[in-house]
Design a protein around this ligand. Sequence first.
Ligand code: UGA
Length: 437
Amino acid sequence: MRISVFGCGYLGAVHAACMASLGHDVVGVDVVEEQVAALAAGRAPFHEPGLDDLLTEALATGRLEFTTDPQRAADAVVHFICVGTPQKRGENAADMSYVRSAVATILTLLKPGDVVVGKSTVPVGTAEQVAERVEEQEPEAELVWNPEFLREGHAVADTIRPDRLVYGFRAGEGGERAARVLDEVYAAALADGTPKIETDLATAQLVKVAANSFLATKISFINAMAELCEATGADVTQLADAIGHDKRIGRQFLNAGVGFGGGCLPKDIRAFMARAGELGVDQALSFLREVDSINLRRRVRMVDLAREVCGGSIVGRRVAVLGAAFKPHSDDIRDSPALSVAAQMQLQGAQVTVTDPAAIDNARKKWPELAYADTVDDAVRGAEVTLLLTEWPEYVALDPVELRAVAATPRIIDGRNCLDPATWRAAGWTYRALGRP
Ligand code: UGA
């Protein structure tokens, strides 16, 4: 099937490459020339395991192209909207300008029978407006809202084998027909037994923000328990293991630490609150304000703990920060707790050196005043305290005996509760963590 993908950022680039790998004929359209050039050369402009290989293979088949020219998408029958919806500057609400401009372009291309598919995370009510505009422009075209649930670092697998597919469309013949077209796009996943929920437009849009709000709440719940653990001498990791054995609760997303960041969870809960306010149901989501506050408090606590470990002041102290990305297997530093802690410490007078296997270039652009090192040894050399803030596997596997030889003072704060305290203490380190004695 001939498919177009508007927006070739994180979501769109992965979606385009995956759809081509499934045998579809795909054109990815974006306005950023360098991004298009990199993708057309088989290089993802961001770190995502497996994506470069997938791009190279798909481009070699001739079934995938990237362009800045929307006319290349004129013969596509399915048009995916995959643009970003970042947080507006100074406001909680989402910036919808990219969605508006992608929709305006797609409208100029519509033919009878075309299906427009919304994948971007949007405030509920957006899809209804897009559906009306599609209908006005081409009565025989239809909109389906089909939210994306991919996780950075696992984006390829999540796209090819999603947990579930959600289709939101308007009742009637046109919607049914469009849903069957989408079934052809996702034929491989459906044949594998992927669950599918067909619903209305509002539910489909809400599913996405509800899912991300639930995940954020789960993380903040365990981080709130970490605060209780700190006040009582209890251990939040054992607490999480114990409650996680209850299948109704589950152990996933109960890792306490410096909290959630990235381009999705923080901005999605804020945009959701803003939308609830517009709808007159702000009370329904007031708990998300607390979720956000608990999350941000963990960053402050991390800085306070470093100060405590350094004997009351971090001014002039050499600090090593392991991790800049908002999570491992990513070079994404958007709202990264690791970088936020590093920057706060630097602003409060510490001399901070950051290392990360993938995100140093991005971090340097955002925070040029921080020092950067290519290796853990270089970052830790001479450090009076070391903070582990992104749980890259190579950091989890560090040998405390070897690392002790380079640190000025063997003090480690485990901001992700991913190290074994006994091993580090046995190697002579002062080990501290969030929510753990
Ligand atoms: C998130 C959702 O997990 C995806 O399902 C969703 O599709 C995506 O947003 C999106 O909206 O596009 P992602 O932002 O890639 O995916 O990252 P997550 O794996 O959810 O992690 C988010 C943050 O939570 C990270 O900073 C991570 O370190 C933190 N986290 C995660 C914790 O602090 N504790 C945990 O137990 C789990």
